[in-house]
Design a protein around this ligand. Structure first.
Ligand code: HPA
Length: 248
């Protein structure tokens, strides 16, 4: 059974260092996942990789089949998921390039298929989501970072917007008042779906840019900037993952 599944986001459509053994095409009751599951070996253990936006990075955040992705991973016996996500930094301590293991979520998305519990129910089901991320997995990622000298932020609130456009300054101001420290587009419903299937799930966020209106006053957000910052950030993610796997 695989030790871990890694869901890669923007900037991580392939996992360097993963010795790929095979690719598995899956079909689920909810449709097709973002692509075949990539089976491989990382740090001596079996790991599964899936690119959330597809291997060619073609699926926008609101069109990802989150249910098929999580269902497929669960179906092949994955119990633990590290979800990598590119985000904007809202809090002043979270500049581009830094890694963040958030502790909480505020969901601003709408219209996404967000539960497995809606058809053919014998009773209405409400999952506990008080603490959306698995504490042990978060702690191991933080430990992995410390051991290799990566300065990661332990905690914070991940606000998830609908996208695919970035936010206005007023929207980020409101999110900051709400308590969000980072903003991204893919954290939900992925986390809730993993909880519905009782999987251990945690996010490693990589700051790609200052959120709208943060950082240098008056700057707009350029895709070149995002890509540059992500390249450096994803290198840190790979290092962290290589260290994390032996700790599991
Ligand atoms: N906002 C939302 N999602 C993002 C951002 C952002 O600024 N950067 C990377 N993903």
């Amino acid at each position: 059974m695989p030790e871990l599944a890694i869901i890669g986001g923007t900037g991580l459509t392939a996992l360097e260092g993963l010795q790929i053994t095979r690719r598995e095409v899956m079909h689920t009751p909810y449709g097709e996942p973002s692509g075949p599951l990539t089976h491989g070996v990382l740090s001596g253990k079996e790991v599964i990789f899936l690119a959330r936006h597809g291997y060619g990075h073609t699926i926008p955040p609101h069109r990802i089949n989150y249910r098929a992705n999580i269902w497929a991973l669960n179906e092949i016996g994955v119990r633990r998921v590290v979800a990598v996500a590119a985000v904007g930094g809202i809090h002043a301590d979270l500049p581009p390039g830094r890694l963040v293991m958030p502790e909480q979520i505020i969901d601003y998305t709408w219209g996404r298929a967000s539960t497995f519990y809606e058809e053919g129910l014998t009773h209405v089901t409400h999952i506990d989501f008080t603490y959306p991320y698995n504490a042990e997995l978060r702690a191991l990622m933080i430990r992995g970072c410390r051991e290799v000298g990566i300065d990661a932020c332990d905690g914070g609130v991940y606000g998830i917007t609908q996208g695919p456009r970035l936010e206005t300054v007023a929207e980020i101001d409101r999110m900051e008042r709400d308590g969000c420290t980072i903003v991204g587009m893919t954290g939900m419903p992925e986390a809730a779906l993993a909880r519905e299937l009782d999987m251990e799930y945690a996010v490693c966020a990589v700051i790609a840019n200052w959120a709208a209106g943060r950082g240098d006053a008056g700057e707009i957000i350029s895709m070149e900037e995002i890509e540059r910052n992500l390249a450096a950030g994803m290198e840190r993610v790979r290092t962290m993952l290589t260290r994390l796997v032996p700790l599991l």
